[in-house]
Design a protein around this ligand. Structure first.
Ligand code: PLP
Length: 375
C-alpha cells in the first residue's frame, strides 16, 4: 500500500482513542522460541491452564465437525441457548439472567458501552486489570483510579470515589495482577454505596481458584442489587482461552441491553460446544484447582527459602517482588520462561508468574534463581 498524505492518516480516529494505551498480551511461545532460538519455551505469562482443557472438549469438537460441511458453514446460535441453559442449571439462575460474550473481556467492555460517555465517570482500583481504564476511556468518560491499599482494592476509598457522575465501577476478585481478594462484606458495602444509576461489574475471571470459604455469594447478590453484573469466563480454570467464551450473570434488563450492543454472533459454534463439554467435566476443574494449590505451595516454599518477597495469592498466578524485575523477566525469556513484568501496572519491581505444572514451576524457579543472581 502506498503511503498517502501522512498528515491525514488516522484523522478520522477520535483524539481520545489515539491517546489510549495499547493492551499488550503475554508473548506466545512461538515468537519467543523464534527470537531466542530456543527448542522449548514455557509460557507462564497469561494465566492459562497448564493442564489445557478437559479431554471431553476435544471429543465434543470432533463430533461437531463430523456433521460435515454444514458444521462450519452455518452461523452459530446467537443466543447460545444450550450453553445458557446449562449455565442456568449450573448456577441456579434463570437463563434470562445470563449474557454470553466473546470472552469476559467483551462483557467488561460492553458494560462501558452501556453506561459511559463523555462527561461521566468509571471507577476502578489501582493495580487492577489493565482493560478497565481502556474501556472507560474509549467511551470518552473519565477513568477514576482509586489508590490500592497493600496492593488490594480499598473499599472505603472506592466508596468515597463514587460521585453523582459515576456510572460504572469495576471490581476484580481475585484481582489480576496481584492475586488479592475482596471480602464479601466489602463487596456489599460498595454495592450499597453505589446508586441505582451505577453499574457495578464484579469481574470473577479467577473465582474458581479462590478457596470456597472466601468466596462471596456473588450470584445471590444479583437479586438484591439490580445494578450488579458478575463477569465469568471459560478462559482460565476451564482452559478454553483460545475459543473466547465468557458470560455474565445479571438482571434480565441488563442482559437485554447487552444484546443490543453486542456483535450478533460473538460466541462461535465450536466455542459453544467446547464450553458445554468443559462445564460438564467438573472433575477436570477440581484437578485444576488441586494442581494450582500444590503449585502455589511449591513456588512460595522456594521463594521463602531464598528470601524473595511475593504477594499472597488467591488466583492461578503470583506477583513476585524483585530488584530489577524487567531485567529478570528478560533473562527468564532468554532461558525460555515467559513471565509478565508488571511495569505496565506501575509495579516496577514485580513480575507476575502463572502457576504451571510441577515441572514447569521447577524450571521457572531454577531459571529465576539464576536470573536473580546472574553468573
Ligand atoms: C481479571 C481478568 N478479567 C477478564 C479477563 C478476560 O479474559 P477472557 O476475555 O479470556 O474471558 C482477564 C484475562 O486475562 C483477566 O485477567
Amino acid at each position: 500500500m502506498n503511503a498517502l498524505n501522512r498528515s491525514s492518516q488516522g484523522a478520522a480516529v477520535q483524539a481520545h482513542i489515539r491517546a489510549l494505551p495499547l493492551y499488550v498480551p503475554g508473548r506466545s511461545e512461538q515468537s519467543v522460541a523464534r527470537e531466542y532460538g530456543l527448542s522449548r519455551v514455557i509460557k507462564l505469562a497469561s494465566n492459562e491452564n497448564p493442564l489445557g482443557c478437559s479431554p471431553e472438549v476435544g471429543k465434543a469438537l470432533a463430533e461437531h465437525l463430523a456433521h460435515g460441511q454444514t458444521a462450519l458453514a452455518r452461523y452459530p446460535d446467537s443466543e447460545a441457548s444450550e450453553l445458557r441453559h446449562a449455565l442456568s442449571r449450573h448456577h441456579g439462575v434463570p437463563p434470562e439472567c445470563i449474557a454470553m460474550t466473546n470472552g469476559s473481556h467483551e462483557l467488561i467492555d460492553l458494560c462501558a458501552a452501556l453506561t459511559l460517555h463523555d462527561g461521566n465517570e468509571g471507577v476502578y482500583s489501582q493495580y487492577a486489570f489493565q482493560a478497565y481504564p481502556i474501556s472507560i476511556r474509549a467511551r470518552g468518560a473519565a477513568a477514576i483510579q482509586v489508590a490500592a491499599r497493600d496492593f488490594r482494592h480499598d473499599p472505603d476509598a472506592i466508596c468515597r470515589a463514587m460521585t453523582k457522575s459515576t456510572r460504572l465501577v469495576y471490581l476484580c476478585n481475585p484481582n489480576n495482577p496481584t492475586g488479592t481478594v475482596l471480602r464479601p462484606e466489602d463487596i456489599e458495602r460498595i454495592l450499597g454505596a453505589a446508586g441505582p444509576h451505577t453499574l457495578v461489574v464484579l469481574d470473577e475471571a479467577y473465582i474458581d481458584y479462590l478457596d470456597p470459604a472466601l468466596r462471596p455469594d456473588s450470584i445471590g447478590l444479583v437479586a438484591r442489587y439490580p445494578q450488579l453484573v458478575i463477569a465469568r469466563t471459560f478462559s482460565k480454570a476451564y482452559g478454553l482461552a483460545s475459543l473466547r467464551v465468557g458470560y455474565g450473570i445479571m438482571q434480565p434488563e441488563i442482559v437485554d441491553a447487552i444484546a443490543r450492543v453486542r456483535p450478533t454472533f460473538s460466541v462461535n459454534a465450536l466455542a459453544q460446544r467446547a464450553a458445554l463439554a468443559a462445564l460438564a467435566d467438573q472433575a477436570f476443574l477440581q484437578g485444576t484447582q488441586a494442581l494450582n494449590r500444590a503449585g502455589i505451595a511449591q513456588i512460595t516454599r522456594s521463594l521463602q527459602r531464598h528470601r524473595i518477597e511475593w504477594i499472597p495469592t488467591h488466583a492461578n498466578f503470583i506477583a513476585i517482588r524483585l530488584n530489577d524485575a524487567a531485567a529478570v523477566a528478560e533473562r527468564l525469556l532468554q532461558a525460555g520462561v515467559v513471565v509478565r513484568p508488571l511495569s505496565a501496572y506501575e509495579l516496577h519491581d514485580f513480575i507476575r508468574v502463572t502457576i504451571g505444572t510441577e515441572e514447569e514451576n521447577e524450571l521457572f524457579l531454577r531459571a529465576l534463581l539464576q536470573a536473580v543472581e546472574p553468573a
